[in-house]
Design a binder for this molecule. Structure first.
Ligand SMILES: Nc1ncnc2c1ncn2[C@@H]1O[C@H](COP(=O)(O)OP(=O)(O)OP(=O)(O)O)[C@@H](O)[C@H]1O
Ligand SMILES: [Mg+2]
Length: 229
């Protein structure tokens, strides 16, 4: 059975920076199936965030194909692409990108409201997910009133509330202490197990990467199986 959630074929990305052209990759291939977990490592500037943005349809590729649930993102209107992304993908970033003027609850309700859920339903679901990540007592706090770990958990709750098929996490634990980082990891791994949520996680931390099924290194514009030195 083909259970591919997200794939890219011959993906190319070049940044044009004034006179200078930066080729990040020109033929990158990647596939992730339901229930799989993948760590992506690599030197600073190797293109990990670029890849995550492209896979999530947040930036345009210079060439190649990205397929989300079998649909080619570049063939869709911006509107459709946004819908598909909202429905199937969850994003977690190193810097959480919560909206500062809204409470934790409102931040987590947002994707549901964009997805056209009713307000009561959105509130119920968002509350349940925030309870799941241990923030039941913090619903009305704004991001500035949360600790770093709590913010990251709120960001994860927001990524989870739509029950995505795949979570794209770019250094989700990068700015957390070891213990909080592990609790964030435990949560992501529990979801991966319980809901078969595919997990693509960028990290610089080998101890984190080793908790994933596969470890790749992004180097010279391509993904390689990670080899221990
Ligand atoms: N908007 C942009 N314009 C021009 N060049 C860019 C742009 N964004 C990124 N780059 C370049 O593309 C390359 C890949 O950047 P990217 O952010 O994907 O690296 P990364 O692997 O995520 O690094 P880090 O581990 O430091 O987060 C870098 O050389 C960077 O300078
Ligand atoms: Mg990066």
């Amino acid at each position: 059975m083909n259970d591919v959630v997200l794939a890219c074929h011959q993906l190319a990305k070049t940044y044009q920076d004034g006179e200078r052209t930066v080729e990040v990759f020109n033929n990158l291939n990647f596939t992730i199936q339901a229930g799989e977990s993948v760590a992506i490592m690599g030197a600073s500037g190797a293109g990990k965030s670029t890849l995550m943005h492209l896979l999530g349809g947040l930036d345009q590729a210079s060439g190649g194909q990205i397929l989300l649930k079998g649909k080619d993102l570049s063939q869709l209107s911006a509107n459709k692409r946004g819908q598909l992304r909202n429905q199937h993908l969850g994003f977690v970033y190193q810097f959480h990108h919560l909206l500062p003027e809204f409470s934790a609850l409102e931040n987590v309700m947002m994707p549901l409201l964009i997805g056209k859920s009713g307000k009561n339903e959105a509130k119920q679901k968002a509350t349940a997910v925030l309870e799941q990540v241990g923030l039941a007592e913090r619903l009305t706090h704004r991001p500035a009133q949360l600790s770093g770990g709590e913010r990251q958990r709120a960001a994860i709750a927001r990524a989870l509330v739509m029950q995505p098929d795949c979570i794209l996490a770019d250094e989700p634990t990068g700015n957390l202490d070891e213990k909080t980082a592990q609790s964030v990891m435990d949560m992501l791994l529990a979801l991966n197990k319980a809901n078969n949520t595919a997990l693509v996680l960028v990290t610089h931390d080998m101890a984190i990467a080793q908790q994933m099924q596969h470890i790749y290194e992004l180097r010279m514009g391509d993904l390689h199986q990670y080899q221990e030195e």
